[in-house]
Design a protein around this ligand. Structure first.
Ligand SMILES: O=C(O)CCC(=O)C(=O)O
Length: 301
């Protein structure tokens, strides 16, 4: 269960870190399946439905940005999502009816794995209300040098900032924008088995991984069931038929009841269009959209 203080932290700062959140046996399974999946990427030479590759990926040295939609790749990721250990932490924030929009496992490669430029998830997928959050489960120890998630406290209560470059959605805030308050950044570090919860409007990003091991962060993007994505946004639902969307929505219910009565609140919405050339992941959106980097380039990799 979230404590009262943890809930207060979340609503005040737009994120909270919970240590020792994942039961030891579950953590071990998540880690071993993840290591196997990275190993299996050796045979892969271009981005595909499962893998987003780091620039220096090779057969001898598998280096990934991401395992896409891990919940579709292995049951272990579904089981943890639907476990009481996780639901007890998210229901106090999202209510009893929760849908997962997407999952991803960002495996920032050792010694140079790519940064994620500063952004608010909301800019990618505005909904009818903003009762959405992302769970970030640390599957490896994550210290300051490992490219931890960084958050800007209180940004979830501030305006949604431009994520455009030359009129094209680039999925990143220009680091020169003073409204981003990047000097206020706080790193979310912790031991494997810790997790963070961040509000959909909280500004966050992460630097390259300078550490000796891949930084493994499993992300679940969750929504109250009555928060419906606004059509036309870049999202995991883009391109689905109505039937596919309905069955995906039902498959992705984590707990409680499906809703066909979206709750409409006064939320700031700016549609993420026109899209960049490649919007297949945040990494490709930011690079093909020409996002200006906030992070010092590294040539370690
Ligand atoms: O993996 C990270 O450091 C950031 C992930 C993130 O914000 C995203 O994928 O939207």
């Amino acid at each position: 269960m979230l404590t009262k203080n943890q809930m207060a932290d979340y609503w005040r700062d737009g994120y909270v870190l919970i240590e020792d959140a994942v039961p030891a046996g579950v953590l071990k399974n998540l880690q071993s399946v993840t290591v196997d999946l990275i190993e299996q990427s050796k045979e892969v030479t271009t981005h595909n439905e499962i893998y987003d590759l780091d620039k220096s990926h090779s057969k001898n040295n598998p280096r990934l940005n991401r395992i896409k939609t891990p919940h579709l790749v292995h049951q272990v990721y579904q089981d943890y999502l639907r476990s009481d250990a996780l639901l007890d932490l998210i229901q106090p924030l999202l209510g009893p009816h929760i849908r997962m929009n997407n999952s991803k496992l960002n495996t920032k490669a050792a010694q140079g794995g790519a940064p994620v430029e500063w952004h608010q998830d909301w800019a990618f997928y505005p909904h009818t209300n903003d009762d959405l959050l992302a769970v970030g489960v640390m599957l490896s120890d994550i210290g300051e040098d490992d490219g931890p998630l960084q958050m800007i406290p209180g940004s979830h209560k501030e305006p949604v900032l431009s994520h455009f470059n030359n009129g094209v959605f680039c999925g990143a805030i220009n680091p020169d924008n003073p409204a981003a308050r990047l000097n206020d950044a706080v790193s979310i570090t912790g031991k494997a088995g810790s997790l963070s919860l961040h509000h959909v409007r909280t500004t966050h990003g992460s630097a390259p991984n300078l550490g000796a091991n891949p930084r493994l962060l499993l992300l679940y993007e969750l929504a109250s069931a009555d928060a419906w994505p606004i059509g036309g946004a870049l999202s995991s639902f883009t391109g689905m038929t109505q039937q596919e969307l309905w069955s995906t929505f039902n498959d992705n219910m984590v707990c409680g009841e499906q809703s066909i009565t979206p709750r409409l609140t006064e939320v700031p919405v700016l549609m993420p269009v026109p899209p960049p050339d490649d919007a297949s992941s945040i990494f490709q959106t930011q690079s093909s959209g020409g996002a200006k980097s906030a992070f010092v380039k590294t040539d370690l990799a």
